[in-house]
Design a protein around this ligand. Structure first.
Ligand code: ADP
Ligand code: MG
Length: 504
């Protein structure tokens, strides 16, 4: 950094929670006009550090300086007043207020003693347009996608104060194009001298936009580096603090010929969301559903699992024709479906890990056959161990776990129901690289043990690593199938609809 001048200095920051020492004496310095990535595996303490900086939590020890002056923000409003704004991982909007109201809530411009709605709406429209979004700001926030909602949150934060802007995993729900727009905004704010702290799990994004990188591991400060001087492989090694061999083991299975019996066959089936689907999922095999976002991958999963039931065509389970009218009937046929949006469809935050893990099994058995407490405890402990879920106890409420560990608990929930076919929709999205590798390995191990798996992911690397066969989708229909010789370029040519896209 030319003439570096710190805007934030944190020294020796410590924070304990019951059962967890989240920060064990962390140092962090943010310069003016700098984009600084804060990295670490799930549970490393990133969110806690940020919540202390922004007054959500009180620190146990340590000091924080803003422009050289000690500060002690008591709450986020306090922090905002002195110039520190934060966008948290969870989208934090009032869903039934309009976009404009959300942007100006609490700071509405007044005219003749009343809120000047005209100005609110006009300004909001311009702000969103500045983010490249030409939207109706008088519609309620919940009428827009998660991605747009996230941009609204970011717009609000940058409007309020831009001395220090903290972004805690802001891109998890954004498309690549939207993320690019966000990066442009970050660069523009940086040019104006703002310091930006950026937390993300997408390492390419770290290198695309960051000047510096600070790494935390298990609540400890590992170090601060210039992004241009830290090779990615070293960054990963520092984050996980161990050798990274799991993926090599995982690679061995990918591409092997598969001989498992078909568990599920779908012939010319259509639902309200997708038509003419034909595919087979075999035991001992990971079948990938590949394609761009919105190409119909999730819609196929929802049809198979009875969420949007098939209206025509044939579905067979182990050779028997079946009608799958609901998720419950799919479960009773031996299927499990781990949906994409774990916050919305997956975790029940106030329940314990144990309660979350037995949910699917309980649903499968029905309310008159309560899963006995001892069995629930046994299952919870089994999967906490098997999936290496990091938690002080099975009775911890699941909302206190990090994203990767929540995701493992959801996978555990479906495994506890003992399925023969497991459908995983973006199971590793938004979780850190270590937990990703563990989940990928688990998928491959489960297939090795005889399970049929349908795997959906936007990351081609991960698909290549995990899947033996792949169905590629384009515009809500099947563009082709790849068996054995799966490569990135072949997938791409199917997606693009190029010359190679005849069925192989
Ligand atoms: P990161 O953001 O790097 O994933 P966090 O700061 O969220 O990590 O969590 C750090 C550690 O503190 C984890 O072990 C987590 O379980 C624990 N933790 C975080 N918030 C709470 C809380 N409110 N109560 C109990 N433990 C918590
Ligand atoms: Mg976090």
């Amino acid at each position: 950094m030319p003439n570096a001048e710190p805007v934030i200095t944190m020294r020796g920051v410590k924070k304990s929670f019951p059962g967890a020492m989240a920060l064990k004496g962390v140092d962090f310095t943010l310069q003016k006009g700098e984009i600084h990535a804060l990295l670490g595996e799930n549970g490393a303490g990133k969110s806690t550090l940020i919540k202390i900086l922004t007054g959500v939590y009180e620190r146990d020890q340590g000091e924080i300086l803003l422009d050289g002056t000690p500060i002690h923000p008591r709450n986020p409003q306090d922090a905002q007043k002195i110039g520190i704004s934060c966008v948290h991982q969870e989208i934090n909007l009032c869903p039934n207020l309009t976009v404009a109201e959300n942007i100006f809530i609490g700071r509405e411009p007044m005219k003749f003693g009343a809120i000047d709605w005209k100005t609110v709406n006009k300004k909001s429209y311009e702000i969103m347009k500045g983010f490249g979004l030409d939207i109706d700001v008088t519609k309620t926030a919940d009428s827009y996608s998660a991605a747009i909602q996230q941009m609204v949150v970011i717009a609000r934060a940058t409007e309020i104060s831009a001395k220090v802007l903290v972004l805690d995993e802001p891109t998890s729900s954004l498309t690549a194009v939207e993320a690019k727009k966000l990066f442009d905004t970050m660069r523009a704010l940086k040019e104006k001298g703002a310091g930006i702290i950026f937390v993300t799990h997408f390492l390419d994004q770290v290198y695309e936009v960051s000047d510096s990188i600070t790494i935390l591991r298990g609540g400890e400060y590992v170090g601060t580096y210039k992004a241009s001087e830290l090779p990615k492989i070293e960054l990963v090694a520092k984050m996980i603090g161990k050798e990274y061999k799991e993926l090599d083991e995982a690679n061995v299975r990918s591409g092997k010929a598969v001989s498992g019996e078909p568990f599920l066959s779908v012939e010319d089936a259509s639902s309200s969301e997708i038509s003419d689907v034909s595919l087979v999922a075999r035991k001992e095999e990971v079948l990938g559903l590949s394609g761009l976002l919105g190409s119909g991958r999730t819609e196929i999963a929802r049809m198979i699992f009875g969420v949007d039931p098939a209206l025509s065509g044939t579905i067979k389970v182990k050779g028997q024709k079946v009608k799958i009218k609901s998720a419950l009937s799919a479960m009773r046929l031996g299927m499990a479906f781990c949906p994409e949006e774990r916050k919305k469809e997956g975790i029940i935050g106030d329940l314990s890990i144990r309660e979350n893990i037995v949910l699917a099994l309980q649903a499968k058995r029905g309310i008159f056959h309560l899963v006995p407490r001892a069995e629930a405890e046994r299952l919870a402990d089994l999967y906490i161990e098997k999936l290496a879920i990091k938690t002080p106890s099975r009775e911890q409420s699941i909302k206190n776990l990090s994203g990767g560990n929540q995701q493992k608990a959801i996978v555990a929930r479906w495994l506890a129901a003992n399925p023969e076919l497991l459908i995983l929709d973006e199971p590793t999205r938004g979780i850190d690289i270590g937990a990703k590798a563990e989940l990928q390995k688990l998928v491959i191990t489960l297939a090795g043990g005889g399970m049929a798996i349908i795997f959906i992911s936007s990351e081609i690397d991960e698909m290549l690593r995990c899947c033996q066969r792949m169905v590629v989708l384009r515009d809500k229909s099947i563009a082709g199938e790849l068996d054995g010789d799966i490569s990135e370029s072949r997938i791409m040519s199917f997606i693009a609809g190029g010359a190679d896209s005849a069925k192989s």
